[in-house]
Design a protein around this ligand. Structure first.
Ligand SMILES: Nc1ncnc2c1ncn2[C@@H]1O[C@H](COP(=O)(O)OP(=O)(O)OP(=O)(O)O)[C@@H](O)[C@H]1O
Length: 288
């Protein structure tokens, strides 16, 4: 990592505050978020990740600020998805894959011995590239399944499903056909259904791995608007290949190259006056 780069935005106490100050973010024009529910940030220290002998992630330290959207960008194979999967311990599900280092969620290391991995994934939910509703289930059951799979008990299912579909901006479109199959929805609606399934569990953080790459421009816009709304209640970390998308949705952007974090700064700075030459070459399309 470049020692000369500016301090990570959202670092230390800023990541914990309900309304994190945006130190060094004067260049960003975005208004402050009206936080409806304070979510913790994630602090990564010295993360190393391997696939067998392949040392894919090298000494990554980064602060993902609370109630903010952080985008991770970089050329194919630079390690964005691997870092993302390390943030909720999905990486270790891949045979021969392992990770070292600390990932702190509100000061608790999710890699500490004895940590309940199911609880980690409940707190840090994930939305995937391709919408993946359960094919045999209704719209209602798809959302309720998120709760059942995560062992959430004692909630009013109907209430939580409605609240989650509203939160995902889908309620008005599906309220009269909750018993119809989830896969009968359009691609964009399916992705919002998957987001509803994720938020039904009330995680603190939502990880998104290229959530719009299978969607058309209109569906993409809806999901991007949704991401903007969701940060009032969740901390959002998104991997995207699309630099315009990062510029539209992210408060801060992290640029990765060959498994290393090169630069993490307010999005506008990354795209206009990056500190590292490699970032500049990437964002101006000179490689990648
Ligand atoms: N399941 C896997 N098994 C072995 N190696 C993997 C696996 N997934 C990723 N890798 C390797 O880890 C490195 C980082 O890959 P990763 O998928 O995290 O990059 P990425 O930036 O998300 O790429 P892309 O933008 O193409 O999705 C690459 O060298 C890749 O080949």
């Amino acid at each position: 990592m470049d020692e000369q780069r500016p301090a990570d935005p959202g670092s230390s106490s800023a990541a914990r505050a309900p309304l994190p100050s945006r130190a060094g973010q004067a260049a960003t024009a975005q208004p402050p978020v009206e936080v409806q529910r304070a979510a913790p940030g994630i602090s990564v220290r010295g993360l190393e990740a391997y696939y067998g002998d392949n040392h894919a992630i090298k000494d990554v330290s980064i602060e993902y600020a609370a109630n903010r959207v952080t985008a991770m960008i970089g050329p194919s194979g630079c390690g964005k998805s691997t870092v993302l999967r390390c943030l909720n311990r999905m990486h270790e599900e891949i045979p021969k894959a392992r990770a070292e280092g600390k990932v702190l969620l509100d000061d608790a290391d999710i890699y500490a011995p004895g940590v309940d991995v199911v609880a980690v994934r409940r707190a840090i939910g994930m939305v995937f590239q391709k919408p993946n509703p359960f094919p045999t289930m209704s719209i209602f059951d798809n959302v309720a399944a998120g709760l059942k799979l995560n062992g959430v008990k004692g909630v009013d299912l109907k209430e939580r499903v409605e609240e989650s579909l509203r939160g995902a901006g889908l309620w008005e479109e599906v309220k009269d056909r909750l018993d119809r199959p989830g896969i009968g929805l359009s691609g964009g609606q399916q992705q919002r259904l998957c987001i509803a399934r994720t938020i039904a569990v009330q995680p603190a953080v939502i990880l998104m791995d290229e959530p719009c790459s299978a969607l058309d421009p209109i569906a993409t816009l809806k999901v991007e608007e949704l991401i903007e709304d969701l940060k009032a209640r969740f901390t959002i970390i998104i991997v995207t290949h699309n630099m315009q998308q990062a510029a539209r949705v992210a408060d801060t952007t992290a640029f990765f190259l060959l498994g290393e974090l090169i630069e993490h700064a307010p999005t506008e700075k990354v795209f206009t006056t990056p500190s590292d030459e490699r970032t500049e070459q990437y964002v101006t399309g000179k490689f990648g």
